[in-house]
Design a protein around this ligand. Structure first.
Ligand code: KG4
Ligand code: ZN
Length: 333
């Protein structure tokens, strides 16, 4: 029977389902929860309740738009962590119920590994070693990737994630959640970008920090909020400052490993300014970004990784924290 993998993603505030087969991605549906906007950040309890309500409807919609019967699904891949525990549990329970009803196996998926896999949807996962810059709302890491399931952590943030700095600065300036896309949009009208401090300049390793930048941006806003274009100028200053640090740390990783191929993934990788800054100023030979629609949370990356990991033994554990270095390569490799 031809494999048809249903991917389920509920680790944060996107309820997402997708289907992947030998032909590639068949269907991809994402519902971005809007309920959190009023709070300027994700409310975990609300996220879980929303997933619970939306999943069955989204599943029905998926079957209709792909024109398939549930019995043609051969595997279910579901995100098990890292993420919000309540939100993960809703996705897992839904997946388990469906897997039992259809008598098909479940495949546990690591959310960050799925973000890396997103760069290879509809193609082949790069077998040669490459560096990964993983920049999302909860994580900022630089990894040496030696194929699926083989990751070495080279550096990570000591405090906030890059996405968090975008979200929190946007919140202070009243732009709403998620902050990254709003900051990117505002930055286009900047006339005099605000210079923000370069973090960890004296540190020679690939560790990163974004909380000082966030505080400096906040301070500047509070002191100058009556000035024209202050939001736009902070937005561009923040974007540029984050791009500079990410690039500087990627260059450190390139110098220590000699690996010059880079994959950039996670929500922040959707940022066009950061993309072109990395392309222009990093020491890379090749930089690969996922398609824009696969940068932020989605289930296409989950279904695709499930397709690659469909021969694994099933070991399920829902984990709010789950270091990516603990993963192993898939069984069929
Ligand atoms: O990967 P993701 O969807 O969820 C997590 O796994 O965290 O990443 C969400 C993060 C948020 O912090 C959001 O503000 C940021 O990605 N983001 C962006 C952009 N689009 C999303 N940051 C900068 N520029 C963007 N265009
Ligand atoms: Zn994510």
């Amino acid at each position: 029977m031809e494999p048809l993998i249903l991917g389920i993603e509920t680790s944060c505030d996107e309820t997402a389902l997708a289907l992947y087969s030998n032909k590639g991605l068949i269907e991809n549906l994402v519902y971005s929860q809007s309920e959190h906007q009023a709070y300027g950040g994700v409310v975990p309890e609300l996220a879980a309740r929303e997933h619970l309500e939306k999943l069955p409807r989204l599943f029905k919609q998926l079957l209709q738009s792909a024109n398939i019967q549930p019995k043609s699904i051969t595997h279910i891949a579901v995100t098990c962590g890292p993420g919000l525990i309540g939100a993960l549990l809703v996705g897992h329970n839904f997946a388990q119920g469906l897997a039992q009803a259809l008598n098909i196996p479940l495949i546990p998926i690591h959310h960050l590994e799925a973000h890396i896999a997103a760069a290879f949807i509809n193609t082949t996962f790069e077998p040669e070693p490459f560096l990964t810059l993983l920049v999302s709302g909860g994580h900022t890491q630089i990894l040496l990737t030696n194929g699926i399931g083989n990751y070495q952590l080279l550096g990570q943030t000591l405090d906030d994630a890059a996405g968090e700095a975008f979200d929190k600065t946007a919140k202070v300036m009243g732009l709403g959640y998620p902050g990254g896309p709003k900051i990117e949009q505002k930055a286009q009208d900047a006339t005099q970008p605000v210079a923000l401090p370069k973090a960890l300049k004296l540190r020679k390793d690939a560790m990163m920090s974004f909380s000082g930048i966030k505080t400096a941006a906040r301070q500047h806003y509070l002191e100058h909020q009556k000035q024209p274009l202050v939001v736009e100028n902070i937005a561009q200053g923040l974007q540029a400052c984050i791009a500079e640090q990410l690039t500087r740390k990627v260059n450190t990783a390139i110098k220590t490993t000699g690996v010059k191929k880079l994959v950039v993934s996670g929500g922040v990788s959707a940022n066009q300014f950061i993309r072109s800054y990395l392309e222009k100023h990093s020491l890379t030979e090749t930089v690969l970004f996922p398609d824009l629609k696969y940068c932020t949370d989605n289930a296409a990356m989950v279904a695709y990784l499930g397709y690659l990991r469909r021969f694994d033994d099933i070991h399920f554990e829902i984990r709010a924290r789950w270091p990516i270095e603990e993963l192993n390569p898939p069984k069929n490799l």
